[in-house]
Ligand binder design. Structure first.
Ligand SMILES: Cc1cc2nc3c(=O)[nH]c(=O)nc-3n(C[C@H](O)[C@H](O)[C@H](O)COP(=O)(O)O)c2cc1C
Length: 356
C-alpha cells in the first residue's frame, strides 16, 4: 500500500468530504513539494498520443470539479496526468449550494456531490492561468455558464489561456420539464460555439440525455459533427437521493457509473464513427478500466473520484496498469489502438441515422 492509502486517505476520510477537499487543495499549494512527490508525466512513448494538434504524454486527464478555480494547476501538473481540466469556470463569483455538498460511499468507491457550480469567477481563473508559466501538460479548461450567452462569453475570455476547452452545456438548475427545450438550445449553441472557438473543443454531453431525452442524443452528436467540433465528453454520472447532501440529492460518480459510461461511450463512438473524439469521464479507477474505455471508443479518459480514492499517485498507477494491459493484449501503443479502432469503425450505431 502506498503512503496515500495507508496514511493520508484514512485521515482525510475521517473529516467531512468538503473539508477533505479543502485540505487537499491547501496541500497542493506547494508546487515544489509536488515536483518531488509527484511522478511527473510518464514519458513511455507507448502511452503518448497526438490529437487535434495537441501532444499528450498519456490519455489520462484530471476531470473538472477538483480544481474549479485553477488554483493548484502548478502542483497538479507534476502528478503524471496527460492533461488537466480545471473548472467549471463561470463569469461571476457564485456561492454554489450550501454545505454539505460532497459525500462519500466508500463501500462502493463512489462520491456524491451537489456543488451547484460554485466559482471564484472568471477573472480569478484567468489570473491563475496567466501565472502558470511553465506548462508541463495541456490545460483543457472547462467553461460553463448559467445562460448560453454566458457560456459563449466565457469561451471567448478563457480560450487564449488554455490549450483546449471542455464546454458544459447543461444549465445547473434545470427542471426536468424544461429539458426538452434545453436540448434544442444545446444544439443551437453547438453551432455558435463552433464558430467562436479557437481551440480544440469538447462538449460535455448533458446527463439528462441518457434518460427521457436519450432519443435526441444523435441530434446533438450530428450537430457537433456538422459544426466541426472536435469531440464530446461522455459521463453517466446520475442523480441520487441522499441525506448526506444539503439539498437531499446529488450526482453519484465513481465505480457505480463505470458500466453505464462504458455503454454510453460505445453508443457515441458507434454513431460518430471516428468523426468525433470521445472523452470518457465516469468511474475509471484502474488501467484496465481505462483500456476498456479506449477499446469502446474513447481516445481520452478523465478521472476524479479515483483521484480521491487512490490519491496523488492515481494517474501514475493507472498509466502503469494501462501499459501492463497493452502489453498483455499485444497492443503496441495507445495511439495505434485509437487509430486502428477508428479505421475499423463502420458507421452509425444504435442511434437514429442522419438524413441523407
Ligand atoms: C465534487 C465534484 C465536482 C464536480 N464538478 C464538476 C464541474 O464543475 N464541471 C463538470 O463538468 N463536471 C464536474 N464534475 C464531474 C466530473 O468532471 C466527472 O465527469 C465525474 O466525476 C465522473 O468521473 P469520475 O467517476 O471519475 O469521478 C464534478 C464531480 C465531482 C465529484
Amino acid at each position: 500500500m502506498d503512503l496515500y492509502t495507508r496514511l493520508a486517505r484514512p485521515t482525510l476520510f475521517r473529516v467531512p468530504a468538503d473539508t477533505a477537499h479543502r485540505l487537499a487543495l491547501a496541500a497542493l499549494r506547494w508546487p515544489r513539494l509536488w515536483e518531488v512527490l509527484g511522478s511527473g508525466p510518464d514519458h513511455d512513448p507507448r502511452l503518448g498520443l497526438e490529437l487535434h494538434g495537441l501532444r499528450l504524454a498519456n490519455p489520462i486527464g484530471l476531470a473538472p470539479g477538483f480544481d474549479k478555480d485553477c488554483d493548484v494547476l502548478a502542483s497538479l501538473q507534476h502528478l503524471g496526468f496527460g492533461y488537466l481540466a480545471p473548472g467549471a469556470i463561470l463569469r461571476d463569483v457564485r456561492p454554489g449550494n450550501p454545505l454539505p455538498r460532497m459525500g462519500r460511499l466508500p463501500a462502493q468507491g463512489a462520491l456524491l456531490n451537489c456543488m451547484g457550480l460554485p466559482s471564484k469567477g472568471r477573472e480569478h481563473s484567468i489570473r491563475n492561468l496567466r501565472r502558470l508559466e511553465r506548462r508541463r501538460v495541456p490545460i483543457f479548461a472547462e467553461v460553463h455558464g448559467v445562460t448560453p450567452e454566458e457560456i459563449l462569453e466565457n469561451v471567448a475570455a478563457i480560450q487564449p489561456y488554455a490549450e483546449a476547452l471542455e464546454v458544459g452545456l447543461e444549465c445547473p438548475n434545470t427542471r426536468d420539464t424544461d429539458r426538452t427545450k434545453q436540448v434544442a438550445t444545446a444544439i443551437e449553441l453547438v453551432h455558435v460555439l463552433a464558430r467562436a472557438r479557437q481551440r480544440p473543443t469538447f462538449v460535455k454531453v448533458p446527463y439528462f440525455f441518457r434518460s427521457e431525452q436519450r432519443d435526441r442524443l444523435p441530434d446533438l452528436l450530428d450537430a457537433c459533427i456538422e459544426a466541426g467540433l472536435e469531440g464530446v465528453v461522455a459521463s453517466a454520472a446520475r442523480r441520487q437521493q441522499t441525506d448526506q447532501l444539503s439539498i437531499g440529492y446529488g450526482q453519484i460518480t465513481g465505480k457505480p457509473i463505470f458500466q453505464d459510461t462504458l455503454a454510453l461511450v460505445g453508443e457515441l463512438a458507434a454513431h460518430a464513427a471516428g468523426r468525433l473524439t470521445i472523452v470518457a469521464a465516469g468511474g475509471v479507477s484502474t488501467g484496465r478500466d481505462a483500456y476498456a474505455m479506449l477499446r469502446a471508443g474513447a481516445s481520452l479518459v478523465e478521472i476524479l473520484t479515483a483521484f480521491v480514492y487512490r490519491g496523488w499517485a492515481a494517474p501514475a498507477l493507472i498509466n502503469r496498469e494501462l501499459l501492463g494491459v497493452l502489453q498483455a493484449e499485444g497492443v503496441e501503443s495507445v495511439q495505434a489502438l485509437v487509430e486502428r479502432r477508428d479505421r475499423a469503425s463502420t458507421g452509425r450505431g444504435p442511434f437514429t441515422p442522419l438524413p441523407t
